[in-house]
Write a protein that binds this ligand. Sequence first.
Ligand code: ADP
Length: 552
Amino acid sequence: MATIVPQPSLSPSPDAGRQPPADLANLLDLSDDTLSIRGGDGAMQFWNGGSTRLYGWAAEDMATPGSYARMHTRFDTAEEDVLAELVRTGRWEGHVTRTTRDGREVLVSVRWAASRTEDGTIDRIVETGRDVTWDIILEEDFRRSEYRYRNMFQAMAVSFWELDFSAVKQMVAEWSHPNESDLAAFFASAPNAIRNSMAKTRIVDVNDKTLRMFGARTREDLGETMERFWPRESEPVFAASGIAAMAGRPTFEAETKMLTLDGREIDVMFTWSFPPQEMGHGTVLVGIVDITGRLRVQQELQRVQGELAHAARVATLGELAASIAHEVNQPLAAIVNFGEAAKRWMFRPEPDMAEANTAIERMIADSRRASDIIGRIRGMATKSAPKPTLFHPCEAVREAVQLCRHDMQSRGVALSIAEIAGLPRVRADRIQIQQVAVNLIVNAIQAMADLPEERRALVIRTRLTPDNMVLIEVQDSGPGIDPAVADRLFTAFASTKESGMGMGLSISRSIVEAHGGKISGRANHDGPGATFAFSLPMAEGEKLDVPCPYAA
Ligand code: ADP
């Protein structure tokens, strides 16, 4: 409760009128601001509840002359300047630091009004004050975090855009109370809706990286909205991001193309973040990373890998030349034989057309076989970009085996193929998968070259792993993996063979991994030899047990 303290040093007549009436004093007590009147002797004539709460002293404590000094008032500026201003204008306002009764330091924003005696000396000062200790700390914290954010915003190698989305929100809200599929339908049905939305997405702020990435000199060059940066082909991405925002998802990410001011098309990774509290105001933060260079390098890498794989295939065909020649020769020889037989049946004194027909059917079948093999070889020999098709894993295995069959037979390798009845099909480049299988089979045959013929055994298994990957395993009975290359089997130029290039497994790995699979090699657990295996993901939406077309 504030107390009006009688001041013996001041004459009662002028002071009496200036003291607040009791009910006003009560009211002033409730204020959280401090309010005080101090006399020229440093005694407080008025000291409200707010002052007591801030400084800790009661009105009675502060009523004695010199009490003011207890607070150890310090100024931001020189004290003489403060007094000079007070004398000159009768007013002063600023910040003071004071010490409270319990020893804390507080920063107080104060306003002073001085009253002067007739001779001009200040006889008392009315002060209102507000504790701003925390304001200043928070302000400083805020300033620092704002500075940090600004710095990050500017220094990042990412283009940042702060966008105002509220007009788009309003446009959609006018249209309906949308859920995700409604919005998708909306954007699909109104082709202009997407471009309209772009034109209504206002640019609030961007960082310097944005200017450089989009070929602008100043922020003004970018214009008011985002529309001009979106080529037609990227409209679906913009629509999808808007749908994500309005469906309340926190983020959205997509690769897309954008246009720069100088008309270049750049590949970008585009990320929107929609913090819920900001979405309320319709603001979103967008991050854009230019991935044009990365994509170009990736494409170049793919091209070089493709060429390497092709070169390796041609080299393998060379290694398999004898086997292939035999595979083609066999049906050709059979065709000649059946042709002659057909002639004999037809030109007998009593022609037997049924037998002649059977011979001709066999000729046709063998011609098909020969042409199949040639087609396969041509597939491996020609250079073409990888072309994913849907096929059964057992087909790739059978075709690979066919190319190596003569090699196996002539070396006395006993082959067994263990296939489970049904497997899902895979979507992959068939020639490349065949190439991997051929690589593993040729390696296995070569690994067993020094064994006595009767111990050369090759088992090829196809099965499904517990995580639904198709696994193709090639198991041999050779010497196992040489420790000299065991830890770098799949790196280029790792070879223990005299004339080996060491490229087969490394190329196989890049083929398999590009298809989302894995390749591995290990010593057999239950006997001599090694097993090399590669996996491929089953084609999307595929049934688990499609029978092998060869078995049919
Ligand atoms: P290259 O056949 O030209 O040596 P690869 O990359 O196909 O190149 O094979 C690399 C090395 O891996 C081979 O030199 C060999 O040491 C080892 N290797 C591959 N397959 C087998 C296998 N089935 N058994 C034992 N070692 C193998």
